[in-house]
Design a protein around this ligand. Sequence first.
Ligand code: PA5
Length: 424
Amino acid sequence: MMKINLTHSQIDLNTLNLEEKIAEIDAMITQKSGAGNDYLGWVDYPLHVDQAELKQIKEDAKYVREHFDTLVVCGIGGSYLGARAVYEALKGLYPEDPFKIIFLGQTFSGTYIEQVLRVLKRRKFAINVISKSGTTTETSIAFRLVKKLLVEQIGEEEAKKAIFITTDKEKGLLRPLAKEGYRTYTLPSDIGGRYSVFTPVGLFPLACANIDVDSFLLGAKEAMQLYANPNLKENNCYQYALTRYAMKEKLSKQVELFVTYEPHYQMLSEWLKQLFGESEGKEHLGIYPASCCFSTDLHSLGQFIQEGNPLLFETIIYVDKPLHDVTIEKDIKDEDQLNYLAGKNLEFVNEKAFLGTLDAHANSGNVPCIVIELDSLDERSLGHLLYFFMRACAMACYLLDINPFNQPGVEVYKKNMFKLLGKK
Ligand code: PA5
C-alpha cells in the first residue's frame, strides 16, 4: 500500500483550479498525443510486455546464474540507473547472494574500471551491455575492455554465449551483433532510456539477480490502471505532480529534495534525479532534483535544510517495514547510556528520526514536505512506485509545456568532448 500525505506541503490543490488542465494532459498521455508522443510507449508497456521475450529473459537468467557467478551490466543513464536502483533497493548494499551484479560503463574513471577488471579476473562473469544507441562512449569503452577480458578468459565462441545485448529494435551500433549470434533483447523504439526500467533494460539484470520480475511488472500494471484517471481528486500521482508544480509557481521553490531513510535507496534517488532532471530541465524551466539520505545527511546538509536559503521542498519516501532489522540489547554497564532504547528495534529508531525530522523541517523550518509512505518495498510495490513517478514526471513536464522525452542539452558536452578527443 502506498499513501501520499500532502498535509505538510503548504499547497491547497483546490485553490489552483487546474483540474481541467490535468484531465486534458491525462488524455494527451493516454492517447499519446502530446509533445514527444513517439516516446510514450512506456505508458501502457506493462500491458504489452512481449511474453516470449520475457520467457527467454527468465531462461537466460537461469542459465547465467547456473554458469557464472557475476553479471557485469554495462550501461549509463537510463540504461543503468533503473536496474541498479531496484537491485539495491531490494537486495541491500551487501547482499548475501554469492551471485553478484557489477555495474560498469557509467564512468570514464580508469581507476574504477581497472579495479572492476581486477575483480573480474577472479570471477566467472557474463556481460549484459545495454545501450539504445550503441554509441554511448562510456558504455562502448567499458564493453570493449570487459569483452576483451572475457574472450581472454573463455575464448571467442564461449564468450558469445556469455554476452547479452539490450538495444533498440532496429537502430544503433549494437543491433548488427544480433546477426553474429549474440542474444539480443529489445528496447522498444518508442521508449527512452529513463522510462525503460520495465523493458529488458531492467528486466534482464533483475532476473539474473533472482528478483521476481513478474511481480515487478504486476506492480507497474496496477499503477498504470490506477493512475490512468483524469480525476485529480482520485489520482495521487497527479496530486503529487501538481503539488510539486505549485511549489515552484506559488512558493518559488527551486529544488526538490528527494529524501530516503535507507542507504540502499540512494540509487532510487539517483534514478529519480535523472528522470526529473533530464525530463523537466529544459527551456530554462524545471525544478532542480537533489537528494539526501537521512539520518546520515542530517549531520551534513541538515543545518542548511533547517535554517539556510529557503529554496527547497522535500519529497520524502518512507518505507515502514525495512528489509532487515536489528534489536538494541540491554547492556549491564550502560556506559554508552543507550539502555533507554533496550529492546527496541532500529526500525523504531529510524521511524522516530523520520517523524522528528518531519516536524523540525515542516513546522520549525517552514520547509514544505510531501510524504510518500509505503508499507514495505518489494518487487510489486517498487514497480508501482517507479511507474507512479514516471507518470507524474510526464504530467509535470506537460504542465510546463515541455517535451518530457528529449534531452537536447546533453549533446553539448558530448560535442565538445568529441572535438577534444579528435573524433571524426
Ligand atoms: O534517458 C536517456 O535517454 C539517457 O539517459 C540514456 O539512457 C543514456 O544517455 C544512455 O543512452 P544509450 O542507451 O543510448 O547508451
